[in-house]
Design a protein around this ligand. Structure first.
Ligand SMILES: [Zn+2]
Ligand SMILES: [Zn+2]
Length: 351
């Protein structure tokens, strides 16, 4: 319930952690637990710049653009947000705070036969009941222990967020089983989510629809990432510095058409950001769906005469190839996408 008290408690807790622990915090929508929407120009699908090159964020005056990238330690900004948004759900952006979160879930459902990514489940061990079990077994197999002497939050659903300090560039992941499979092949293991770069977790002191997030550790200081955990993350492809295709691949050719005015400029911007996002995507992250959605949106703009269809096709094909999609699949998705053009947006406010 969002009473004035729960709103105040959540904001106070976020402010304290920002000031005393250097957490970069931000308010979330109470209902969806997602970041608030930024200005029209910066909303992801429409903009052609990154959070790092955003003029709104560069002002450092509390613009809530680019989701978690708006998070701050500035007490003045936090106080203004608290007054303006009146929400009881606050989060920390992990990566800018030098943190990594291990998010252990307790969703119901039978465990897969192989709950750990890349490690056989021990014969003598009963199947895990939830992410806490999976993680404890991973720790034991790795010669470590879960340990509770780090900043830990109990979630309303019975899950756990463990925070660790790290200077590493870790990618987030979800430990899930794909349909028809009985082995976890992503993340660390079943019902273990990793959050770091671009990721956030709700802070203790917050109250969502599901209930109160409580700190369950005595300490408010995240301890340094354990060696065994860093090794397990590296083994499973979480190290952005060695595995990030976005960083190591050559940049995809993003169209460099002269920026005209009005709808044409808008369409080029939309195409550029769609290509940049798509080219940086990795397998199993929805490349096909992203390509289809971008195609339908740009197909509408091509139909309206805002941009040339051949320009759209060439740029999206190139970006999709960079993302590693097979040529036949790209052709198929483009054809079906152009067959279902979306209505063009009303851009009077954005032009
Ligand atoms: Zn903005
Ligand atoms: Zn921006």
């Amino acid at each position: 319930m969002t009473t004035n008290r729960t709103v105040q408690n959540a904001a106070d807790a976020a402010l304290w952690l920002a000031v005393h622990r250097g957490f970069h915090v931000l308010p979330l929508n109470y209902g969806t637990k997602t970041p608030l929407r930024g200005c029209v120009d910066c909303r992801a699908e429409h903009c052609d710049h990154t959070p790092q090159t955003c003029s709104c964020l560069a002002r450092a005056d509390g613009a809530l653009c680019h989701g978690v990238w708006a998070a701050t330690t500035d007490p003045g900004v936090i106080a203004r947000w608290a007054q303006r948004w009146h929400t009881s759900v606050w989060a920390v952006h992990l990566w800018t705070s030098g943190l990594l979160a291990v998010d252990l879930d307790t969703r119901p459902g039978p465990p897969p036969r192989q709950p750990l990514n890349g490690l056989p489940w021990p014969h003598e061990e009963p199947p895990p009941a939830d992410g806490l079990d999976t993680y404890a077994t991973l720790a034991a197999l790795s010669g470590g222990a879960v340990g509770t002497d780090t900043f830990t939050t109990d979630t309303p659903s019975g899950g756990l967020h463990l925070l660790y300090s790290t200077t590493g560039q870790w990618k987030g992941s979800q430990g899930k089983v794909r349909d028809g499979d009985d082995t976890v092949r992503t993340g660390l293991g079943w019902q273990i989510d990793i959050k770091c770069y671009g990721g956030y977790v709700v802070l203790p002191g917050s109250t969502s629809k599901a209930g109160l997030y409580r700190r369950s550790s005595a300490t408010t200081t995240p301890r340094p990432l354990d060696g065994w955990l860093a090794d397990a993350l590296t083994r499973t492809g979480h190290d952005r510095t060695t595995t990030a295709p976005a960083a190591t691949r050559p940049a995809a050719a993003v169209p460099t058409i002269d920026a005209q005015t009005g709808p044409a400029r808008y369409a080029v911007g939309a195409l550029r950001s769609a290509c940049a996002e798509l080219a940086a995507m990795e397998p199993d992250t929805g490349r096909n769906r992203k390509l289809f959605r971008s195609t339908t949106r740009l197909a509408g703009m091509a139909q309206a005469g805002w941009i040339d269809r051949t320009v759209v096709e060439a740029a999206l094909t190139d970006a999709a190839r960079h993302a590693g999609l097979p040529a036949a699949e790209i052709r198929y998705v483009l054809t079906s996408g152009f067959g279902r053009p979306l209505p063009v947006p009303d851009i009077r406010s954005a032009a």
